[in-house]
Design a protein around this ligand. Structure first.
Ligand SMILES: Nc1nc2c(c(=O)[nH]1)N[C@H]1C(S)=C(S)[C@@H](COP(=O)(O)OP(=O)(O)OC[C@H]3O[C@@H](n4cnc5c(=O)[nH]c(N)nc54)[C@H](O)[C@@H]3O)O[C@H]1N2
Ligand SMILES: Nc1nc2c(c(=O)[nH]1)N[C@H]1C(S)=C(S)[C@@H](COP(=O)(O)OP(=O)(O)OC[C@H]3O[C@@H](n4cnc5c(=O)[nH]c(N)nc54)[C@H](O)[C@@H]3O)O[C@H]1N2
Ligand SMILES: [Mo]
Length: 826
């Protein structure tokens, strides 16, 4: 035990008042165990840091990270910890500032060759001068409407270095730009639910797991795979939810709780919990749900009193269920069965089961990442209202329990603040022009490629109109648009129209390939930072020690943007005169102050040495309980204050695909007998990867090798579909539709039903060349997905509305082009 630690603990014993919860630093026993096991005695030093994948100790020897171990606090570390070292050391690192050859040497921005991956090395000063010159030119020749710096994404953890924040502050100090609203995760859900339940729900703390485990008799995992998706967190993940999954598994085994997974696929969670599944055809949850409502209504299993007290619009909705509206179609189980693939009796049985006792519905997000994705979320709330258990422990509805530790009780402590994203108060950008010339200054996040292709076009969005700005330049940081957006060939066409793309990255992703200026950021492991430990649990504050110096010519985003701001004399304002460690210290001290009297925190230096301050166990919480207790005093944030089964507001928008109450709309593409399935019989789901965070860690070579097939991303396929096409496990296959084609390696698995294949999102796009239509050599599912809005309401991504076919690849396979960085030209 270090001297300072001993002193600190001693001090604590004498000073801490009874009402004050003492800080838990790293548990002593656990720490002693690691000390014995090796860390502190062997050569090299051990440092604490954290990531989306969890907190860890890294052994640094001779300036190199040689070993990474999960922090002892983390009882359920993810396997992905093994991939972290490879994020630092891999051939795809962005090493030097580079500029695209044709953009630099030819005229008119050479959009036609953007993506050919040919780059020229330049000095930092040359690169930053060019970047600055382009910002100036765009503001001067056009205006703020021509610059899009608004795409955001999963960046790295760390409150100070959060790179999108750095980019957006620096660019905003220079001039205004086009921003985005919403995100790819929950675009449809977060737009519809405020009308229905009064908040986005998707990012809300949910009912505590202990209350669910103690009270639920049935848990419905609706399109939800928490075991897979809780491995990562928005901030450093504690993996505390896995303790509850373990308890749930035991309760399932003992028959105390029934868990039912509503999913076309046998998920990782289902396999782990050994629970039941109701198989539904992809994208047909609505007919299934309407038939459940029909059963609840006809069999009088619904809670009339709850609906009367807490909800509005049931009377306007139920005629649709009964077939007394325009479509004259009664939504019986017999009607639903051929569409959704669930037998009528099974639908009735499930409706009765949910109504019989305490039932907790827990939705995942993929089901709203599809065309008309607003509907299943709205309909989920309607079913929960009919069951009448909203606001009860272990009952009602959740849309967030698979995300970043939602459901782990929150400590109630305050987390640290961050680096400011905006121009300081009272200050104006260098270019003050905020005239967007009639274009919208904010666009729905997933519609930016539309904007590039059709500037000036007007679309409907959430009760208003959006007029697409004429984007000429993009600045990208902390996200990988060539991962997150849909329809690569359409993106290629759009990018040919852009004049300038600047990307700040440490990994040479496809977004770098399709850029003109690429600036090498260092990774999070090459700088000091501070993070909240547990996004929702607020379990503690974590130090993120710099492990090694920035590799090659890379720099922290903070330094890059300080240097950009220096070019227009605003660097001091940008940094506020503080360096990295001064910022980290200030964020810690601010947090310490905010928690004073409630959660005692040690001095910064002690914290920094120890690595973690724990806040102790959290307090239980029941979602919607206050509303249930008194809906007059604690109304929901909906226009009426009640649950809106019918929304007058949405009804008045007059939209075609989002009307006054939830409805079933056929999709533009659907497997299992739906549109286009005769040509392309397979549904492609692009779920979130089990062994990555989106595209992050795909560059990690040894770890990637643990799941690739013949060096390509796996495609999961049912034995029946494989057999029909003569595909064997491990074969190289081509997946294709009218939008594109890609190569992947087949993994045959009976977790998948006929007609369903999966390629995880985040596989690095590896086009054979920059031309529209070229095959993707690695397996990025967005080569095949559709780029359409969910509806006029949310205009969200519809990544899961796509059909494809697959065949065994014959002939000589092209090499994978995704990795290894640019081709350097002189
Ligand atoms: N088909 C399909 N598409 C999808 C989805 C799907 O389900 N299916 N899911 C969607 C969803 S929900 C999401 S959230 C998005 C995710 O899309 P993104 O958030 O765009 O994906 P990431 O791979 O996390 O991209 C983050 C990038 O930031 C870089 N980065 C990390 N740290 C730093 C840093 O400190 N400095 C700098 N300069 N760069 C850094 C990483 O190297 C990485 O390239 O994808 C969406 N796209
Ligand atoms: N390991 C890991 N975890 C992550 C992430 C990651 O990249 N890796 N990303 C994080 C982020 S940013 C997000 S947004 C979340 C994403 O969280 P989600 O969007 O909930 O996750 P997915 O894995 O895409 O899908 C969950 C389940 O939905 C099912 N499903 C898909 N379509 C349908 C349908 O039409 N009907 C029904 N009933 N089921 C369907 C799938 O088969 C799958 O089992 O995950 C987070 N967690
Ligand atoms: Mo997401």
């Amino acid at each position: 035990m270090s001297l300072s630690r001993r002193k600190f603990l001693k001090g604590l014993a004498t000073t801490s008042a009874a009402s004050v919860i003492g800080p838990g630093l790293l548990m002593q026993a656990a720490k002693a165990a690691t000390e014995q096991a090796s860390p502190y005695s062997t050569e090299g030093s051990w440092k604490v840091s954290g990531s989306h994948w969890g907190a860890f100790r890294a052994k640094v020897y001779n300036g190199k990270v040689v070993e990474i171990k999960p922090l002892e606090y983390d009882k359920y570390p993810t396997d992905m910890i093994k991939g972290i070292k490879g994020i630092i050391y891999n051939p795809s690192r962005v090493r030097y500032p580079v500029v695209r050859l044709d953009w630099l040497r030819k005229h008119k921005y050479s959009g036609e060759t953007r993506g050919n991956n040919r780059f020229v090395r330049v000095t930092w000063d040359e690169a930053l001068d060019l970047f600055y010159k382009e910002l100036e030119r765009v503001q001067k020749d056009y205006g703020p409407w021509a610059l899009h710096a608004g795409q955001t994404g999963w960046r790295a953890t760390g409150q100070f270095h959060s790179c999108t924040t750095h980019m957006q502050r620096a660019v905003a100090m220079h001039g205004n730009f086009v921003k985005k609203v919403g995100d790819y995760s929950t675009g449809a859900g977060q737009t519809i639910l405020p009308y229905v339940l009064g908040s986005t729900e998707v990012y809300a703390q949910g009912t505590s797991w202990p209350d669910i485990l103690a009270n639920s008799k049935t848990i419905v995992l609706w399109a939800n795979d928490p075991l897979k998706n809780s491995q990562v967190g928005w901030q450093c993940e504690t993996h505390g939810a896995y303790e509850y999954y373990e308890q749930l598994k035991q309760k399932v085994a003992k028959g105390e709780i029934r868990v039912i997974s509503i999913d076309p696929v046998r998920s990782k969670s289902q396999n782990y919990l050994n629970c039941e599944q109701i198989y539904v055809n992809p994208q047909t949850d609505l007919p299934f749900m309407l038939a459940i409502a029909h059963t609840l209504y006809k069999e009088e299993l619904y809670d009339k009193k709850f609906l009367d007290t807490y909800a509005l619009g049931f009377d306007e909705f139920i005629p649709y269920v009964l077939g007394n509206t325009e479509d004259k179609q009664e939504k019986t189980p017999e009607w639903a069965a051929p569409i959704c693939g669930v037998e009528p009796d099974k639908i009735r049985e499930f409706a009765r089961l949910m109504a019989a006792d305490r039932t907790q519905l827990i939705f995942g997000w993929a089901v709203q990442r599809q065309e008309h994705g607003e509907q299943p979320y709205w309909m989920g709330a309607v079913l929960a209202a009919m069951l009448g258990q909203i606001g009860l422990p272990g009952g009602g509805i959740s849309y967030s329990h698979h995300y970043s530790g939602v459901g782990i009780p929150s400590s109630g402590a305050s987390g640290p603040g961050g680096f400011p994203r905006n121009v300081d108060e009272g200050k104006k950008p260098k270019w003050e022009n905020d005239d967007f010339k009639g274009y919208s200054n904010t666009i729905p996040v997933a519609r930016w490629v539309d904007a590039i292709l059709e500037p000036g076009k007007e679309i409907k969005y959430n009760g208003s109109n959006v007029k697409y700005p004429d984007i000429k330049m993009m600045v990208i940081s902390g996200c990988n648009p060539w991962n997150h957006h849909q329809d690569r060939n359409r993106m290629k066409t759009a990018f040919q129209k852009l004049q300038t793309v600047v990307t700040v990255e440490f990994a040479w992703t496809a977004s770098c390939r399709f850029s003109d200026i690429v600036l090498p950021a260092c990774s999070q492991f090459e700088r000091n930072d501070i993070d909240l430990y547990g996004s929702y649990s607020v379990s503690g504050i974590l130090a993120m020690h710099k492990l090694v110096d920035p590799l090659y010519q890379s720099k922290p985003d903070f330094e890059i943007f300080t240097e950009l701001c220096r070019r227009f004399g605003r660097h001091k304002e940008y940094t506020r005169g503080k360096d990295e460690m001064e910022w980290v210290r200030e964020l810690y001290d601010g947090c310490r102050e905010a928690n004073a009297g409630k959660f005692e925190m040690p001095e910064f230096d002690t914290f920094w040495q120890e690595g973690l301050v724990e806040f102790g166990p959290g307090k239980p919480f029941i979602r919607h309980a206050a509303f249930r207790e008194d809906p007059e005093i604690n109304p929901l944030g909906t226009p009426s204050g009640f649950i809106e089964i019918f929304s007058r507001k949405i009804d008045r928008f007059g939209y075609k695909y989002c009307k006054g109450h939830p409805m079933w709309f056929e999709k533009s593409e659907r497997s299992h007998g739906g549109p286009k399935s005769d040509k392309y019989p397979l549904w492609l789901q692009s779920c979130h990867p089990d062994q990555r965070l989106h595209s992050q860690m795909c560059e990690s070579e040894d770890y990637r090798a643990t799941y690739t097939v013949k060096g390509r991303e796996p495609v999961y396929i049912s034995p029946q579909d494989a057999q029909k096409r003569g595909i064997k496990d491990g074969d190289l296959v081509r997946v294709f539709n009218d939008r594109g084609q890609l190569l992947t390696g087949a993994v045959i698995s009976d977790n998948y039903p006929q007609g369903v294949i999966r390629i995880h999102e985040g596989g690095w796009f590896g086009p054979l060349n920059e031309k529209v239509g070229a095959i993707d050599t690695y397996g990025d599912p967005n080569t095949l997905t559709q780029d359409i809005g969910s509806s006029e309401l949310a205009q969200a991504t519809s990544a899961n509305t796509v059909v494809v076919d697959i065949e065994k690849f014959k002939g000589e396979a092209p090499p994978v082009t995704s990795f290894g960085g640019p081709i350097y030209e002189s």
